[in-house]
Design a protein around this ligand. Structure first.
Ligand code: ASP
Ligand code: MG
Length: 443
């Protein structure tokens, strides 16, 4: 069996849905289990409707229009999802009645995006000759804890899901299963958190011992750099779980490590594929990755970073100093990423300003504090960085040639990650030059 997960854009317009149908039709011999998200924007529209309901305005019509338009492009009647719209209205009315959108009611409302999506997608697949059947994941056994908005599946889900899916696949059906949602033991609908459909696909794939989990997106797998910045960026054929996890911080193009962990732990490969190029192998992520990989594997960058530097002569030989500083950040809920220390100072990066002012004010009681804005984080993922000095040497040689100063280096925390900061204005030039130099020849 193979899990094929399609995100919001793949079920978001008629052309893309037709493309999805073609991709699934060509995979029938692999016994696919399809997982889909809500059509793009629908989850946001549902959450907006919930906010309006709280203010007394119950109006699911924007979602109804969006869904009706999609269905009518395939000559399907909206009555197909009539029950879901009744349920959605009831949940919105419950919010209006108490003038409060509890996490539980928000999950109930948000769940309808995926519940509608599986019914529409399965009906469209059937019209195109695929024996598809829709399923709400909770009816197949996706049981979760009651942590609404970010629920975690219960251990017993695996056996239930395996049996639930097998019952359909053994009848020759192609199940089309909701991503994102589950249900508590006492029957209340939950969501696994925004973007949770990838996680659903991995949990399902692990439960049914799929031979592979395909995450279909609209990019050609995981790229060696952002192709908008480095035009010679290429697809990385094989990535280890650790490499994927290091890259995940840099954005939505790479799967969140939590998402794929259930699959990787069971030795099930997760493959990122491009709906626009279905025959391209994309990127496969496995526990081990490419054991023969050498040198630089990928570059990633993130702009709009700021750094905080605390200099304190009192830090000299003082125990507990770092703990004090990070306790201040923690209390102000400032997320710290890179950290670098010297004998009398600490520098770290933060990528948003919420809470920063308060934290900085407090940090001034420990020493001189400087905040530097307009920086960018550049991260080099390379195999064996701790044994092989060449990738580092080349990175600094390229930066020197380009006359781009680097600051706040971090290396050694992971054997595969070298991160540094450059001025934001030079970030793209740095990535472009590094990619050109590091990928044009074996390093
Ligand atoms: N529809 C959900 C969201 O927008 C889940 C997902 O797309 O993965 O967050
Ligand atoms: Mg997603």
């Amino acid at each position: 069996m193979r899990v094929m997960k399609f995100g919001g854009t793949s079920v978001g317009d008629p052309t893309r849905i037709a493309n999805l149908c073609d991709i699934v039709s060509h995979s029938l011999q692999r016994r696919p289990v399809v997982v889909v998200s809500a059509a793009s924007k629908v989850t946001d529209m549902l959450l907006t409707a919930a906010r309006h309901a709280k203010d007394g305005r119950v109006d699911p019509s924007p979602i109804e229009s969006r869904v009706t338009a999609l269905l009518s492009a395939f000559d399907l009647d909206p009555s197909l999802v009539h029950r879901e719209f009744v349920g959605l209205r009831e949940s919105l009315e419950a919010i209006a009645a108490r003038a409060e959108a509890t996490p539980e009611l928000l999950d109930a409302v948000a769940s309808y995006g995926e519940r509608i999506s599986v019914r529409s997608t399965a009906a469209i697949l059937r019209k195109r000759g695929v024996d598809a059947v829709h399923a709400d994941a909770f009816d197949l056994g996706m049981l979760t804890d009651a942590n609404f908005g970010g629920a975690e599946p219960l251990l017993e889900s695996a056996d239930l899901l395996r049996a639930g899916v097998a019952a359909l696949v053994e009848q020759g059906k192609v199940p089309v299963v909701t991503g994102f949602i589950g249900r508590t033991l006492d029957g209340r609908v939950t969501t696994l958190g925004r973007g949770g459909s990838d996680y659903s696909a991995a949990i399902l794939g692990a439960a049914i011992h799929a031979d592979e989990i395909e995450i279909w997106t609209d990019v050609p797998g995981v790229m060696s750099a952002d192709p908008r910045v480095a035009p010679d960026a290429r697809t990385i054929p094989v990535l280890s779980f650790h490499e994927a996890a290091e890259l995940a911080y840099f954005g939505a193009k790479v799967l969140h490590p939590k998402t794929i962990h259930p699959a990787v732990k069971r030795g099930i490969p997760v493959r990122v594929k491009n709906t626009f190029e279905p025959d391209h192998p994309g990127t496969v992520i496995t526990a081990e990755g490419d054991r023969d990989a050498r040198g630089v594997r990928a570059l990633a960058h993130k702009r709009g970073i700021r750094s905080v530097n605390v200099v304190s002569t009192r830090m000299l030989l003082a125990h507990g100093f770092l703990a004090k500083i990070f306790e201040v950040f923690a209390r102000h809920r400032v997320v710290v990423d890179l950290v670098s220390t010297s004998e009398v100072s600490v520098s770290c990066t933060v990528d948003k300003d919420d809470g920063l002012d308060g934290a900085v004010r407090e940090l001034r009681t420990y020493g001189d504090v400087t905040v530097t804005n307009d920086l960018a984080l550049v991260c080099v993922i390379a195999a064996g960085l701790l044994e092989d000095p060449k990738p580092c040497a080349r990175v600094f040689a390229v930066l020197a040639e380009e006359n781009i100063p680097a600051q706040l280096l971090s290396m050694g925390a992971s054997a595969i990650n070298l991160s540094l900061l450059v001025p934001d204005a030079h970030a793209e030039r740095a990535v472009k030059a590094l990619h050109r130099a590091l990928f044009s020849e074996p390093s």
